[in-house]
Design a protein around this ligand. Structure first.
Ligand code: PHE
Length: 502
């Protein structure tokens, strides 16, 4: 029998009576463990070896766990500080004990909750007392951490390990140990004699030129061999979602809009019939920029927008009769929505085609002075869009959204009547989060009022919307917090593996 060299080496190192692990064979043959695994599987396929697999739990200290091995568990430090201040005799103010224990930041909460759990003492009205009989030296959690630090297997109850795992002090993993034994056929082969064939892993120009390739034996691919995971470069899940959104909208016949991130209040708000004293226009909500005002706005358009604000538009129109300042309209801020782009395009200054029917969109960043929380970022992406046609109704809007979201596998969009100063009727869109089951707001929409389209010179219906790209990504990836998608909290594994639905 002839076998490739490395298979022969593994066969010779294996035994019919003792299980030999891959590592033992690697050490004996001088082959790399992954090479041994590959050869072992090949020999198994030839019926010469049996490969056994045993899964073992692995335990490793986390960085935090390692820190406590050196510094002591926070609750133990709290206990010892309490003892030093005689809190076993009389309660001592918590602030003093915490100071004495030199606990900082999150360590304080960790110390307090575990201190109580372990019965080290009690906390009452801001004072801490310690139980003189408690014995932190006998604490199995500390003992397990110390054993792991010393490279030994901790001799403690499984519950202690679970506790350390949930505290994030140890990482529980799994490792597979493979071992091999010779089969009868393997023993026979060795007895009758096996010769090594030289195997070639790759065809080279030399092999081809010399014709030697005819005689050599090529090693086979082993798709079961362990191999290191290679994480290549990848587009961010949000960028991929944005690309997908663009594909879908282009497929639905839309053209893309572009325009400035920093724009005049005129395009961001005044064109939208947003009164100048609207709360969203105060300095609390917008990021105003300290730069010179915008000069290049068509005069005629300014006059018409001003007229809509002051006196209304159309026969039964009635404006706000509130102050309107051109100076304010020319001030620059970061756009709070991309509806500024829709205004620019609908006004004709961006060179859009305006003969109905028309469809335009953008997937662009907007900026709002919100409070950061699980569903709000200070900057995020809006999927803006509008359709211009004769006689549009809410049904057209609902149908457009249903068609759009269906492309992402979302078929349970819900609609809720809403109010915008610039659309009538208006409604908000909600989608159900796949993990939490919560209804989250994913967009806002409506049909532009005459006070908006009139001054722009548009005399047919325009339905429009602003959808949140991050929320769409939350629905498609199951991310529960917007900060899981970008920023420092985003989990690298999630970013590596998250898929965008197609
Ligand atoms: N500008 C709105 C928002 O940011 C979205 C919207 C656009 C609503 C166009 C109606 C029409 O929420």
């Amino acid at each position: 029998m002839r076998l490739p060299e490395r298979q022969l080496a593994v066969l010779e190192a294996a035994s019919a009576t003792d299980e030999r692990t891959i590592d033992e064979i690697a050490a004996e043959t001088g082959l790399k463990p992954e090479t041994v695994v590959g050869a072992a599987f090949d020999l198994r396929d030839e019926g010469l070896l049996v490969v056994n697999e045993a899964a073992d739990e692995t335990l490793d200290l986390t960085d935090e766990g390692r820190e406590y091995v050196d510094a002591g568990l926070p609750e133990t430090r709290l206990y010892r500080a309490g003892l030093a201040l005689d809190a076993d005799a009389e309660p001592v103010s918590m602030g003093r004990v915490i100071g004495e224990a030199d606990l900082n930041g999150p360590e304080v909460d960790i110390a307090l909750s575990n201190f109580a759990r372990k019965g080290f003492g009690g906390i009452d009205s801001g004072e801490l007392s310690v139980d003189g009989d408690a014995d932190p030296d006998a604490d199995p959690e500390a003992a397990a951490l110390a054993a792991l630090a010393a490279g030994e297997a901790p001799d403690v109850d499984e519950r202690v390990i679970d506790q350390l795992d949930s505290r994030g002090l140890v990482a529980v993993g799994e490792s597979v140990t493979r071992s091999v034994t010779l089969t009868d056929a393997g023993v026979d082969a060795l007895m009758t004699g096996v010769e090594a064939t030289e195997t070639v892993a790759q065809v080279t120009p030399e092999l081809l030129a010399s014709g030697e390739w005819r005689d050599v034996e090529f090693s086979e691919y082993n798709v079961e061999a362990d191999a290191p995971t290679v994480s290549g470069g990848r587009k961010h899940v949000l960028r991929r979602t944005a690309d997908r959104v663009k594909d879908v909208l282009v497929g639905m016949g839309f053209q893309e809009m572009e325009g400035p991130h920093a724009d005049s209040d005129f395009w961001i708000n005044d064109c939208l019939f947003m009164p100048q004293d609207h709360p969203a226009r105060t300095h609390w909500d917008r990021f105003a920029l300290d730069v010179p005002p915008m000069e290049e706005i068509p005069d005629e358009l300014i006059r018409r927008v001003e007229a809509a604000h002051r006196d209304g538009w159309g026969i039964d129109g009635d404006g706000y009769h509130s102050p309107w300042s051109e100076e304010f309209a020319r001030e620059i801020a970061l756009r709070g929505h991309t509806t500024s782009l829709s205004m620019r395009y609908l006004s004709g200054i961006a060179g859009a085609e305006l003969e109905p029917p028309q469809r335009y969109f953008s997937v662009e960043k907007v900026y709002r002075n919100d409070t950061l929380d699980p569903t709000h970022l200070l900057e995020f992406y809006q999927i803006e869009g509008w359709v211009m046609a004769e006689d549009l109704s809410v049904r057209d809007l609902m149908g457009t959204f249903e068609e759009f979201y269906r492309q992402f596998g979302i078929t349970d969009i819900r609609f809720k009547p809403h109010y915008n100063p610039y659309t009538e009727p208006s409604f908000e869109l909600f989608g159900e989060h796949p993990e939490t089951g919560e209804e989250i707001e994913i967009g806002n929409s409506g049909v532009f009022r005459e006070e908006v389209t009139g001054p722009l010179g548009v005399d047919c219906d325009v339905m429009a919307w602003g959808l949140a790209l991050e929320r769409l990504a939350m629905l498609t990836t199951g991310a529960e917090d917007i900060r899981d998608l970008h920023g420092t909290l985003a989990d690298i594994e999630f970013l590596r593996n998250a898929e965008v639905s197609y």
